[in-house]
Ligand binder design. Structure first.
Ligand SMILES: *Cc1c(COP(=O)(O)O)cnc(C)c1O
Length: 398
């Protein structure tokens, strides 16, 4: 045997408190050790039905077509657009961050005419502006919005935009990549037509799948297309025959990533066992505690008050602090990963995630203590002890 310099894989055990991936739940890791079976094995086919049922619970939907797309959140984004949009279609896209921009780009690639509705990076999209564009272009096919903008830390209120979209007879597409499993995603109550997410944020499962749910109206639009869906892999009319049919009628499309489906099943079981309401409360409380702590240390939050995500907190980098040095110190000294800013916010904010399994009281206190120590060590003025104290006050209040 020739000498091979590649050693056994031994990743560091990080505390993942950035924009994702988040820490994987131990039960999910255990499920991933289960034997791989064939993708049309009766066992696996039954497993798929269970995953679909669990997904309907977390998406709060009765949609028949509810399935995980093989691929990360961006695959779900692509699938949502490529199935609905045809060249020349008009689409309104909310753009108030990096992922809104990505959606506008992806919609344009479908040949659609994109009407962006913008807001500052840190503020939500104003429903009145969506309404104004819809009034100008009444034949708009779809309105696309990001529920939880991971690049800015903004939670988009959905009710008004959803109502306006429905009034105009357009389809509503929602990016729930960072919200699903951490913040209520009320697919049917909103009347959303396509909602997609990912596994590696608030579901505490590794990256690799994009759960998605599709309304009958969106399927109707798919059936009424003038031409074929330009993506073979993401064509929902074929995927629904594999996922949407009951056991006996499933037909091969592509090999489902068996181990990831096991992982998602366990992640969803953990979520449902905790109880969705309790899970949302946990994320909300820990997010509030972290935000109180960060402010008590003397740092400023970036997202507009009243629209802050509990699962992803954006913090302005204080004067005199070196973005990279701080993040490197957290990683090297404390094994903690946080995120930097994207696009125009690069070098201006940090992104602190409390998602899924990682959204815990311990992690709130750990992160505040570590951040304080690192900043003080680099000579940045912070109110020492205040962050943890303020967070404890929130946590103790319940
Ligand atoms: C992470 C994220 C995505 C992209 O998901 P990937 O899994 O990285 O492909 C899309 N939208 C939002 C809001 C995200 O936070």
């Amino acid at each position: 045997m020739t000498e091979l310099a590649v050693g056994e894989l031994n990743p560091p055990a990080r505390t993942l408190l950035g924009p994702g991936p988040s820490n994987v739940h131990p039960r999910v890791y255990r499920a991933m050790m289960a034997p791989v079976v064939g993708h049309l094995d009766p066992f696996f086919v039954a497993t798929m039905d269970e995953v679909v049922d669990l997904l309907r619970l977390v998406f709060q939907t009765a949609n028949r077509v509810t399935l995980p797309i093989s691929g990360t959140g961006s695959a779900g984004m692509e699938a949502s657009l490529v199935n609905i949009l045809e060249p020349g279609d008009k689409v309104v896209v909310g753009v108030n961050g990096f992922f809104g921009e990505r959606l506008a780009d992806a919609a344009g690639r479908c040949g659609a005419e994109v009407f962006p509705v913008t807001a500052a990076w840190g503020q939500p999209i104003a429903p009145e502006q969506v309404e104004a564009v819809l009034r100008q272009h009444p034949e708009t096919k779809a309105v696309v919005v990001v529920h939880a903008e991971t690049s800015t830390g903004v939670l988009q209120p959905m009710e008004d935009i959803a109502r306006l979209t429905k009034e105009r007879g357009a389809l509503l597409v929602v990016d729930a990549v960072t919200s699903l499993g951490g913040i209520p995603v009320a697919t049917d109550a909103w009347g959303a037509d396509v909602v997609y997410s990912c596994t590696q944020k608030c579901l505490a499962v590794p990256p690799g799948l994009s759960p998605m749910t599709v309304s009958e109206a969106a399927l109707q639009a798919l059936r009424e297309r003038r031409g074929k869906v330009p993506s073979w892999y993401l064509d929902l009319s074929m995927l629904e025959r594999y996922w949407g049919n009951k056991q006996t009628a499933r037909t091969y499309h592509h090999t489902a990533p068996i181990t990831m489906i096991y992982a998602l099943r366990e992640g969803l079981r953990v979520a449902v066992e905790e109880g969705l309401e309790a899970r949302y409360r946990r994320h909300a409380r820990n997010g509030r505690a972290l935000q109180a702590g960060v402010q008590a240390m003397g740092l400023e939050l970036h997202a507009q008050e009243g629209h802050r995500l509990p699962v992803l907190t954006t913090v302005r980098i204080p004067e005199g602090a070196d973005d990279l040095k701080v993040r490197r110190a957290l990683l090297n000294d404390d094994n903690i990963e946080i995120g930097g800013g994207l696009g125009p916010l690069a070098g201006r904010i940090w992104r602190l995630g409390l998602m899924g399994y990682a959204s815990s009281e311990e992690n709130v206190l750990l992160l505040l203590a570590a951040l304080e120590r690192v900043l003080a060590g680099l000579g940045v003025r912070v109110y020492r002890g205040q962050g943890v104290a303020a967070a404890l006050e929130v946590l103790n209040a319940g």
